[in-house]
Design a protein around this ligand. Structure first.
Ligand SMILES: Cc1cc2nc3c(=O)[nH]c(=O)nc-3n(C[C@H](O)[C@H](O)[C@H](O)COP(=O)(O)O)c2cc1C
Length: 363
């Protein structure tokens, strides 16, 4: 490969990037301290990956209520802000840029995390699949209780505060986690949102929560430092399928044109959805015509298919997940057409530096 589209510079939002390779958000469950705060180990891990055009952090809960998993970091306490500051300083020292992914799990959670109370969601509908993990092991998400309107407004304030905290922690921007069956996505889907008030029913109503959260983030950050992540065809089975899963995303993505965001990241389904013909099989090509801003595509890309997607103008940049777990110097490897380290799934979640900061860079 002579010249690679992935390795050409691009301006994304407020930032001039040296390449079109983002590191996608990756939960690694190493915040196993009483504060759920990032540590020096997190700083080392992210700094190793500072060659990415933009790093998007692992999902970080905006409140204790937002939690669905053990050992995930938050962005709602002073200790967490201080922990993240070590991370952003380390990434900036290596000339990188880093956005934090703001996360509320909603119904993908368990009473274990809420002093015995049910998790919260748009409606009291249990997720049919998916799992959470506690420090006791993997558990099924429980039946949630439906949020009141006052509680929805309070969660929007939690997002606003998390956005402020992200500034204190020195981030370059924030990404709203609207994907993968978590709270924002739960509002979008009729299978998880059966509300009869202004947050349920019509496309506009189901999208209301997303846009109110986005407005809260934009009250803190310039739009050119705010990103949104969506997974219009799911990632893998966290959800039952709506009768019409496409219109809501065409509606949301079209409306996002009104916001000059840094970028919109769209996730491809990881497993084929050929058994779900009502879903879009290839997300980026379908939704590209609906969006005029910077589009980042993620999910299952190789060096070759990523270069092709940019050349074909299906996406402006590509986010890589597992390849960045195993290859801290992924852009350099692509530039040299060097072989890649294989990832080890056994050390994705939890544990120590093993399988986290010990993947070798090229000599
Ligand atoms: C270990 C692991 C953790 C993940 N954590 C998150 C997360 O915190 N937030 C998110 O939006 N997606 C998360 N994902 C999804 C990835 O960002 C990405 O969409 C997925 O790995 C597909 O991209 P890839 O084929 O380049 O790996 C995770 C994936 C993996 C493998």
């Amino acid at each position: 490969m002579e010249s690679q589209a992935l390795l050409t510079p691009i301006k994304i939002g407020a930032y001039q990037l040296p390449n079109r390779m983002l590191m996608s958000p990756l939960t690694r469950s190493r915040a196993n301290n009483p504060d759920s705060a990032p540590t020096a180990l997190h700083a080392e891990y992210y700094a190793q990956r500072a060659g990415a055009g933009i790093i998007i952090t692992e999902g970080s809960q905006i409140s204790e209520q937002a939690r669905g998993y053990a050992f995930t970091p938050g962005i709602h306490s002073a200790a967490q802000i201080a922990g993240w500051k070590q991370v952003t300083d380390a990434v900036h020292a290596k000339d990188g840029r880093i956005f934090i992914q703001l996360w509320h799990c909603g119904r993908i959670s368990h009473s274990y995390f809420h002093n015995g109370a049910a998790p919260v969601a748009p409606s009291a509908i249990r997720a049919e699949s998916g799992n959470c993990f506690t420090d006791q092991g993997i558990v099924r998400p429980e039946l949630p209780r439906a949020l009141t309107i006052a509680e929805i407004k309070a969660i929007i304030e939690d997002y606003r505060q998390a956005a402020k905290n992200a500034q204190l922690a020195g981030f370059d921007g924030v990404q709203l986690h609207g994907a993968n069956g978590y709270l924002v996505d739960q509002f979008l889907h009729e299978s998880s949102n059966q509300r009869t008030d202004e947050y349920g029913g019509s496309l506009e109503n189901r999208a209301r929560f997303l846009f109110e959260v986005l407005d809260a983030l934009l009250s803190v950050w310039g739009a050119d430092k705010v990103a949104v992540r969506l997974s219009p065809s799911g990632i893998r089975g966290f959800d039952s399928v709506d009768t019409d899963p496409v219109s809501i995303f065409e509606y949301v993505i079209s409306r996002l044109n009104d916001y000059p965001l840094a970028f919109l990241e769209l996730v491809e389904p990881l497993d084929p959805v050929t058994d779900k013909p009502q879903m879009v099989q290839k997300v980026a090509p379908h939704f590209r015509p609906f969006y005029r801003g910077t589009l980042v595509s993620n999910g299952g890309y190789t060096q070759e298919t990523a270069n092709q997607a940019i050349q074909a103008e299906i996406a402006d940049a590509i986010a890589f997940g597992k390849a960045f777990i195993a290859n801290p110097d992924l852009p350099i490897r692509f530039a040299r057409n060097a072989p890649l380290n294989a990832w080890n799934q056994a050390t994705f979640y939890g544990g120590t530096a093993v399988g986290y900061t010990d993947y070798p860079a090229l000599a």
